[in-house]
Ligand binder design. Structure first.
Ligand SMILES: [Zn+2]
Length: 297
């Protein structure tokens, strides 16, 4: 895993690229071994550490924690995660397909495999287990992961028309995990929590993406083009858009515009932080105008 990661790291992959590699290559390597043996917890800890390090930092040995907890990352996209596999639960689900009663003279390892069913019952009830008529690893895995509330807002994050970098920023913004000044102040990185775009309020997620005068101008402009009112805060806006009865394609386009807007508000905030400049709304928003007009028509 580490050798592969080192070859990828040299290519300066963006987050979306690293996520694809973790999901399709690193997790697949692990899944292979998880299907043929019971892996110790220490293995999961090491593998999760490598995947986490590569996903957030692009290296194999970063000890810096990620922006989002690994348990959340391993939830499905509908539940607010990135859809990565919880390796421990996957191992239990794959080994749980063996349903035999071990004999007393069987090897300790075979007895351990047969005891996986008991381990599964710690996470799901026997009735739920029996409800899986024909054993399916995926069904057992989903049962082990348990039900989680569906986050409608995440539908907006993973719309097919959104750019990967826009998806990443809005995902963090909806989870409240961007490094806004209020969060930086809590960990003593800064002593000033004033909004960089307006200089009159505390910079937190709610203010930055909805209450800030700069953001309000952005959303007003976007709302005019799209023919909607964007006066809600970001999570409410996304949930409201989800419930609107418009065509699927139009909704996808609106999501793409919202994602783009959030990305550029965050970009302007960073521009103000590092360069001391704030771009005019019209300048960066003009490319969206044509797209918005087409949708509104
Ligand atoms: Zn502000």
């Amino acid at each position: 895993m580490c050798i592969r990661i080192k070859s990828w790291s040299a290519k300066h992959l963006f987050f979306a690229g690293r996520l694809t590699l973790v999901s399709s290559v690193l997790m697949a390597l692990q899944n292979y071994w998880a299907q043929i043996m019971i892996l110790p917890k220490s293995i999961f800890k090491v593998v999760n550490g490598i995947c986490r390090s590569f996903l957030w930092k692009g290296t194999t040995d970063s000890s810096v924690p990620g922006k989002v907890a690994w348990n959340t990352v391993c939830k499905s996209k509908k539940e607010g995660g990135l859809g990565l596999t919880n390796l421990r639960m996957w191992n239990i689900a794959t080994m749980g397909k063996h349903d035999y009663s071990p004999k007393s003279d069987d090897s300790w390892y075979w007895r351990a495999i047969c005891q996986i069913k008991d381990l599964m019952k710690q996470h799901i009830t026997e009735n739920q287990l029996m409800a899986i008529s024909k054993y399916s690893i995926k069904k057992a895995y989903l049962k082990l992961m348990g039900p989680a509330p569906v986050q409608y807002r995440t539908t907006a994050v993973w719309g097919r028309l959104g750019q990967p970098k826009h998806r990443f920023i809005i995902w963090l913004a909806l989870l409240g995990r961007l490094n806004t000044k209020d969060r930086l102040m809590k960990i003593c990185v800064t002593t000033d929590n004033t909004c960089l775009l307006c200089g009159i309020a505390i910079e937190d997620h709610k203010h930055l993406f909805s209450g800030c005068p700069f953001s309000e101008r952005c959303w007003h402009q976007i709302g005019l083009w799209l023919g909607i009112r964007c006066t809600r805060n970001l999570p409410e806006l996304v949930n409201w858009l989800h419930k609107r009865s418009v065509t699927k394609f139009r909704k996808e386009v609106i999501y793409a515009v919202v994602m783009c807007t959030v990305y550029h508000i965050w970009k302007e905030r960073n521009n103000a932080l590092w360069n001391g400049q704030v771009c005019k709304v019209d300048k960066w928003a003009s490319p969206l105008e044509k797209l918005g007009c087409k949708v509104a028509c």
